[in-house]
Design a protein around this ligand. Sequence first.
Ligand code: DCC
Length: 193
Amino acid sequence: MSRPTSLTPPPEAVVPQPHPDAPSPGTELGEHYSDCFGCGEAAPGGLRLRTRAGEGVSVDAEFTVTAQHQGAPGLAHGGLLTCAFDEALGAIGYMLHTTAVTGHLETDFRRPVPVGSTLYIHAWCEAVAGRKIYSRAVGRLDAADGPIAVEAAALFVSVGLEHFVDNGRAEEVRRVLDNPDLIKSGRAFEVNP
Ligand SMILES: CCCCCCCCCCCC(=O)SCCNC(=O)CCNC(=O)[C@H](O)C(C)(C)COP(=O)(O)OP(=O)(O)OC[C@H]1O[C@@H](n2cnc3c(N)ncnc32)[C@H](O)[C@@H]1OP(=O)(O)O
């Protein structure tokens, strides 16, 4: 049976506060996993997105579009823009002190994003209902107050360590368990509080 894919928080959802141990605004969040395509330094051709803690349950990131990110000539590929938003929205987990995976993600492309431009991404959590985290993000062109180029809305679902251990390919899971430094933040595989 297929699941509902609504991005509207249910009536019992609450507006969350940052976890008491959440990083303070402006703190660089770093890569969560060295081979992550969205943020990992070791991922070939990856986006290497850097996120910072924002006010409340929010994060900020800048994504500069390079020639490697093209879809049409001189323009960013929409799928890669979505990846950047997935990454930024996922980093909201730092503010809630939970590890969450994307359940549903919608992206609205409002303006073309040229190669060489920088998207200023602001992502925030609207509501939490149990394991479900409802978040939104906006990407502005070339300045924090620039025109909106991309908007996204997502449902992330909190998961525990077993999600990764049980589902990841054994080779990479073993490599990480043998060398926890590969999870730079020490957060991505952390069991929920
Ligand atoms: C901290 C460091 C960070 C570090 C930063 C991390 C950044 C990561 C950025 C990248 C993030 C990714 O790309 S993650 C990779 C892409 N995503 C995935 O691979 C996830 C694949 N999907 C799954 O594994 C699963 O479907 C789950 C875990 C999402 C849910 O399965 P489950 O655990 O069995 O739970 P389940 O009962 O089905 O669902 C829980 C609740 O969520 C609802 N739900 C589940 N999926 C959906 C959906 N698509 N649309 C609506 N609702 C949904 C269910 O109805 C239910 O509601 P109710 O009955 O409770 O009301």
